[in-house]
Ligand binder design. Structure first.
Ligand code: FMN
Ligand code: SF4
Ligand code: SF4
Length: 321
C-alpha cells in the first residue's frame, strides 16, 4: 500500500483536501471514487461533496488476503514468498456495494447535493445492474465480470435491462434510479408483529435433508423428519444411501416445518437446492402492528427494562425460543 486511493479515502479530511485541489484545476467533470475500506461510507462521501466533486462512484475493492498455501505456508498469491492484501471484488462484494450505495441514497446531505452516483461492485448480470439502479446509481461500471467474460457481457446487461424495463413499463433509466430507496429502513421502523414461516412443497422436495440440518444445527429446531406412518424419525436412524429423488422418496423420511415454532429466519430457504421448493409465507401474527421506534415512544420502560420486556412479550403472546 503506497498511501494512495484506499489509504486517503479512509481519512475524510484528506478526501476533502485532495478533491478541493483537483477541483481547482479540473476542466472536466470530476468523479470521486470511494473506498469501501471504511465503516461509514457517508463520511468520506460528504467530504467529497463539500469539496465540490461533480459526482461520486463506489465501490472500489476490499482489502483482503485470499489464502495461505498449506504446503509452503506462504500467503497466496505471493511475490517471492511474501504476500500482502489484495483487493476483493466481483459477486461476493455486491451486498456490501448495495448497502453503501443505499447509505448514500438515504443521507439527507447527499440528497440535497443531488450528485450523480456511479455504482459498481459485483455487477455480472442485468439483474445486478437493475438492483444498483434501483438503489440510486445513475450509471454503472463493471470490472471483474469484464475480466471474466469480456466486453460482450455489457451487451447482455443492456438487453436484459431493457427487456425488464419494458416489462415493468419504465420509459427510461430515470424511472428506475433510486426507486427502491424508500424501502430501505432500519430496525426502528420494522413491524415487530411481522411473521413469516417456511413452507415446503412436498412434490418438489428431493429429501436431501439440507433444510433439516440447517434448522436443527443452526436455527430453531423446528423441521421434523416424518416417516410414512406419520411418526417422528430420529436423524441417522434411516438408510441414507438413496440415489436420486425417486429412491429417496421411498427410503427417507419427509421434512415438515412446525410452523408454530418457525421464526422465519430463511436459513432452510437459503440452503434448499430445489428452486421454489421452500417458500417463505407471510402469516398474520394476530398481534397489533408496532415498530420498535413506536414502542420506545409509547412504552419506553418496556424497551429499557428486561423484566418489563418479558412481561410485555407474555402479554402479547411473543415466545422467543
Ligand atoms: C484487477 C483489478 C484492478 C483494479 N485496479 C483499479 C485501479 O487501478 N483503480 C481503481 O480505482 N480501481 C481499480 N479496481 C477496482 C474496480 O474498478 C472496481 O471498483 C471494483 O473491482 C469493483 O467492481 P467489480 O466487482 O465489477 O470488479 C481494480 C479491480 C480489479 C479486480
Ligand atoms: S425459516 Fe428458520 S426457523 Fe423456520 S424452518 Fe427454516 S430454518 Fe427453521
Ligand atoms: S432442502 Fe429442500 S429439497 Fe432438501 S429436504 Fe429440504 S425442502 Fe426438500
Amino acid at each position: 500500500e503506497r498511501g494512495m486511493g484506499s489509504a486517503v479515502g479512509q481519512v475524510p479530511e484528506y478526501c476533502e483536501q485532495i478533491t478541493r485541489w483537483v477541483m481547482e484545476v479540473a476542466k472536466i467533470p470530476v468523479i470521486v471514487k470511494l473506498t469501501p475500506n471504511i465503516s461509514d461510507i457517508v463520511i468520506p462521501a460528504r467530504a467529497a461533496v463539500a469539496a465540490g466533486a461533480n459526482a461520486l462512484s463506489l465501490i472500489n475493492t476490499l482489502n483482503s488476503i485470499i489464502g495461505v498455501d498449506l504446503e509452503t505456508l506462504e500467503i497466496t498469491p505471493n511475490i517471492g514468498g511474501k504476500g500482502g492484501h489484495g483487493g476483493y471484488a466481483g459477486p461476493a462484494v455486491k451486498p456490501i456495494a448495495l448497502n453503501m450505495l443505499a447509505a448514500l441514497g438515504k443521507d439527507s446531505i447527499m440528497g440535497r447535493a443531488r450528485l450523480p452516483i456511479s455504482g459498481m461492485g459485483g455487477i455480472s448480470t442485468w439483474r445486478d445492474a437493475a438492483e444498483f439502479l434501483l438503489l440510486g446509481a445513475s450509471s454503472l461500471q463493471v470490472c471483474t465480470a469484464v475480466m471474466h467474460y469480456g466486453f460482450r457481457i455489457v451487451e447482455d446487461l443492456c438487453d436484459g435491462l431493457s427487456n425488464w424495463m419494458d416489462e415493468k413499463g419504465f420509459a427510461g433509466i430515470s424511472d428506475v434510479v433510486g426507486r427502491s430507496l424508500y424501502r430501505v429502513s432500519d430496525f426502528n421502523n420494522f413491524d415487530l408483529s411481522f411473521q413469516a414461516v417456511a413452507r415446503i412443497d412436498q412434490q418438489k422436495c428431493i429429501r436431501c435433508n439440507l433444510c433439516y440440518v440447517a434448522c436443527n444445527d443452526a436455527a430453531h429446531q423446528c423441521i421434523d423428519l416424518i416417516a410414512k406412518d406419520g411418526t417422528l424419525v430420529q436423524p441417522q436412524s434411516y438408510d441414507i444411501q438413496a440415489n436420486g429423488k425417486e429412491e429417496a422418496i421411498g427410503t427417507r423420511p419427509s421434512v415438515h416445518v412446525r410452523e408454530v415454532d418457525c421464526v422465519g429466519c430463511r436459513l432452510c430457504y437459503n440452503v434448499c437446492p430445489v428452486e421454489d421448493c421452500i417458500r417463505m409465507i407471510e402469516e398474520p401474527s394476530g398481534r397489533p402492528s408496532v415498530t420498535w421506534g413506536q414502542l420506545s415512544e409509547s412504552q419506553r420502560d418496556v424497551t429499557e427494562d428486561w423484566e418489563k420486556m418479558k412481561k410485555y412479550r407474555e402479554k402479547m403472546g411473543i415466545d422467543i425460543h
